[in-house]
Ligand binder design. Structure first.
Ligand SMILES: Nc1ncnc2c1ncn2[C@@H]1O[C@H](COP(=O)(O)OP(=O)(O)O)[C@@H](O)[C@H]1O
Ligand SMILES: O=C(CO)[C@@H](O)[C@H](O)COP(=O)(O)O
Length: 508
């Protein structure tokens, strides 16, 4: 029987899934790794960590499943988006990769906007404004700050495409991840020669671009040996983790939207045509569905803010067991009423992307009084994270995009209390899938499509994805959140100046 592998190169670890063509999960494995923060706001990772985790997890799923190597017909790759792997002409990695949440490129974003003839004209070329996490400003940062390294530069790859290079020897990316470089003409689904010329960047630096379900190559004999697979095993385009997660959630048609609370937060909506937020607050990217697009808002520290709160403060105070830490902390939050009795939290612990595009935004608790407890603080962290997702939802709705269904995903949405909070903050019904396996599942399905097991991504999703549960919003809680949300929004405007001054102080 044909089997497919989905490999997701995440920020905190790599997750590998082995599925049957009918979507049944046969085995899964994860391997974690750290990322470096050489300075506040800088994030880097050694691509070798991704490769070692890929080899380890593929070997683990193969051993656990006992599936014959020849039955693994294709691999789909997903990964953290926007990162830059800098390679020299012998394909050696020149320096650690800069990651999606790295904030060092504010000056390069200004440089790109001005070279493009202003923000409006940049959005016209590549559908998006320049944001610090995107790949193009990272390439310019290397040119401006590490001239010797830039002199050696022969190719720039996105994280999952570096793994593809090691699997197949090919320099290839696909449209969904390429959209997050800021160098793709998102409407035409090909590199923007116009912007590359304006930035004086050689198009040879970039890999070939394909659609997400296209076969890009087969395993080299060295990779096949290391992974315990055969050289007939294909590798398909795959997708950036947001589009891959959306495919894994069945968000492949108009009107269906998904939220994800992982380390980052994502509000993602499918669109049959390229649609824009003229103010550039949402990203407009190619979807992993052939010839379709999507918009999304991204919060840089979403579940990551709860992780910070629980790991740095709550866990130490309460002596909570590591495995049960989120359950224990959120149980205290559940005992508090919706709205945390008027305490608000801004989750901008590492700057923010949507809607503020502000690397100097910082987190804060506001409105504390003597009656507030640790449970209130945990609840207001979760509410602040959910309000940040509502910011994106409101922009999506203001563009007249139909929202018929919201599917909740990511580590945070596994918690029923947080799903209820999402239903109440958004004022909408939330659905959850029977099996939520995220991006790795999405790209395993793309591999099945690329291998011909399904005729389209849409048909693969409808054959394999089932809704398990619906959460309805509670009228009283919705009313509380509707009162507090405008105050939450106003807080950023009022605190922008002091936050920026504090960020400057923190950066030395
Ligand atoms: N039981 C839980 N209750 C609430 N939140 C949780 C729970 N378990 C995990 N989370 C949240 O999910 C986040 C991890 O989500 P995940 O999708 O695994 O992350 P990543 O984006 O790194 O792959 C954590 O940072 C935490 O905020
Ligand atoms: O920057 C984005 C999307 O635009 C992030 O969603 C990263 O792609 C997150 O990667 P993980 O935290 O899931 O590893």
């Amino acid at each position: 029987m044909s089997h497919y592998l989905g490999i997701d190169i995440g920020t905190s670890g790599t997750k590998t899934l082995l599925i049957q063509a009918d979507g049944k999960i046969v085995a899964e494995a994860t391997a974690e790794y750290p990322f470096a923060q050489p300075r506040p706001g800088w994030t880097e990772q050694d691509p070798e960590l991704w490769w070692n985790a890929t080899v380890k997890t593929v070997n683990e799923v193969m051993a656990a499943s006992k599936v014959k190597p020849a039955d693994v017909k294709a691999i789909g790759l997903s990964g953290q988006m926007h990162g830059s792997v800098f390679l020299d002409k012998k394909s050696n990695v020149i320096r650690p990769a800069l990651l999606w949440n790295d904030q060092r490129t504010a000056a390069e974003c200004d440089e790109i906007t001005s070279a493009a003839g202003g923000r409006k004209s940049l959005i016209k070329m590549v559908a998006n404004p320049a944001l610090t996490g995107f790949q193009a400003p990272k390439i310019l940062w290397l040119r401006n700050n590490e001239k010797k390294n830039f002199g050696k530069l022969a190719k720039v790859l996105l994280p999952k495409d570096e793994i593809r290079r090691r699997l197949t020897g090919d320099f290839v990316t696909e449209v969904s991840d390429a959209s997050g470089t800021l160098l793709l003409d998102v409407v035409k689904r090909r590199w923007s020669k116009k912007l590359l010329t304006k930035l004086d960047l050689d198009s040879d630096l970039l890999p070939r671009v394909v659609e997400s379900d296209e076969v890009t190559g087969t395993l080299t004999s060295e990779a096949a040996k290391l992974l315990g697979l055969t050289t007939d095993c294909k590798v398909v385009g795959g997708a950036g983790d947001c589009a891959a997660g959306a495919v894994g959630n069945g968000v492949v048609k108009q009107g269906v939207l998904s939220t994800s609370i992982g380390t980052s937060g994502v509000m993602f909506v499918h669109s049959d045509e390229p649609q824009y937020d003229a103010a550039g607050r949402l990203h407009t990217f190619c979807h992993a569905v052939n010839g379709k697009w999507h918009m999304m808002g991204v919060n840089l520290t979403s579940g990551g803010a709860l992780q910070w709160w629980v790991d740095s403060i709550v866990k130490g105070l309460a002596g909570i067991d590591n495995d049960k830490r989120y359950e224990a902390a959120t149980a205290e939050a559940e005992a508090v009423s919706a709205g945390s009795d008027g305490m608000l939290f801004l989750p901008y612990l590492n700057g923010e992307r949507t809607p503020h595009a502000d690397p100097n935004a910082r987190g804060s608790f506001v409105g504390m009084n003597l009656t507030h407890t640790r449970g209130h603080m945990t609840r207001s962290v979760m509410e602040g994270i959910t309000f940040a997702l509502r910011d994106s939802l409101e922009i999506i709705q203001s563009l007249d995009v139909p929202v018929r269904q919201i599917r909740a995903s990511g580590g945070g949405s596994k918690n029923p209390f947080w799903r209820q909070m999402q239903a109440d903050v958004f004022g909408k019904k939330i659905t959850r899938l029977e099996v939520e396996q995220g991006p790795a599942f999405g790209v395993a399905l793309l591999a099945a499509v690329g291998d011909g097991a399904y005729k389209s991504i849409e048909s693969a999703c409808s054959a394999t994805i089932k809704i398990a549960e619906e959460t309805k919003s509670d009228r009283k809680a919705v009313a509380s959140y509707n009162k507090l949300f405008p105050i939450y929004r106003e807080l950023y405007e009022q605190l922008k100046g002091p936050m920026s001054a504090l960020a400057e102080y923190q950066n030395g």
